[in-house]
Write a protein that binds this ligand. Sequence first.
Ligand code: HEM
Length: 406
Amino acid sequence: MTATTPPTEPVEDWTTDYDIFDADYVTDPTPIWKDLRSGCPMARTDRRGIRSWLPTKYDDVQALAKIVPELSSKDPLVVTLPTDMGIDNSSGLSAPPISADPPEQVWTRRMILPAFAPRAVESHRQFTQDLCNRLIDGFIDSGECDGAVDYAQQIPPRVIAHMLGFDPEKADDFTTWVRGALELGLFDPVIRVKYRDIIQTFLIDEVRSRWENPRDDYLSELLALDVPEMKGREVQVVVGIANLLLIAGIDTTWSSIGSALFHMGTHPEDRRRLAADDTLFPTALEEMLRFYSPVTMARMAQEDVPFGDIVIKSGEKVLMNFPGANHDEDAFEDADKVLIDRTRNRHIAFGSGIHRCAGSNLARLEMDVALRTWFARIPEFEVSDPGGVTWAGGQVRGPRRLPVSF
Ligand code: HEM
């Protein structure tokens, strides 16, 4: 397995110089978290021109997520930004509610929640299932595929395009743009700004055309909502929200579906159990979310924030290490083992506190349909070349190449 990360200086001391882009961390961060938890549960680094903190305990991550707005989600909420490139360095993620603090966070979140309620997302099940079947039709006869590229990656952009009322033909572009803005662009502001601008231009066109000629679709509904705070700047607000839904919904869910296929393709016992007993899907899915949690976010201190025996100084960052929290032995028995029938599983893969994932019901639906459809048609499979698996890390961790045979 290899990590698709930019070259970084080797880490000598994880407690004072951690690096979530280190190849070992991207490939398997669990031993690093375990060591940190036992000696220095709040690691720090001064890499990339800014001090940032990495909590590794479940209770600490939960507590930090509640320190709002002192630990702010306003830009930059991405995990790292190079600060020495001399160009516009903002993340470009003007994307409420995730990039906002209250009160803006509250009213923008309220605008989108109804569309993500359990019953509302159920209306996307058939579309998602047909899509998964079509994808499988495309490679099943060949006996092999790239589970990340040919399957997992194809699902979320098409579901989001369907939900937002965009041309389904643009789904591949969405993936390229989001990867550019979030994955490749994390280290390269030129790439980040390029894709940020492409996304913004596309969304401004789409939203403006609906503002002028409302359609029977979701973005038109958002524009028509009677929200006093949005009056007079409807297009701007809805562009920001659409930006978030595009960005938040694509490589997160792609990573989760890919990680689940990676796990089942490298753990034949779990795969056989799941294939033989479909009542295990709900617990297996939650365990995949816990064990392979893809998303790490960041906050920026707006003032000095005392926390335990440290002080997070104004201007410093804290990473919301939801993945690390989900491996804390004090919160989960056998935390570093995958138990697909784990029943007590209060993981925080979807975050914690006011920013908890608004799209979690849709993400779960996509994962559920993607895995059930795959298992119904391809119950026997394996990762054919474990050395050929690559992982993206940083903000969103997940397999990007996953050679599978069946
Ligand atoms: C397995 C897939 C996903 C995972 C693991 C995930 C994870 C997360 C996490 C950890 C947060 C909290 C961010 C923070 O604390 O700063 C978040 C927020 C959010 N997610 Fe997801 N997400 C997933 C899929 C989705 C999907 C499919 C959508 C919708 C299309 C979505 C929409 C959102 C939104 C709107 C927020 C912001 C909520 C707020 O700030 O109030 N997510 N997500």
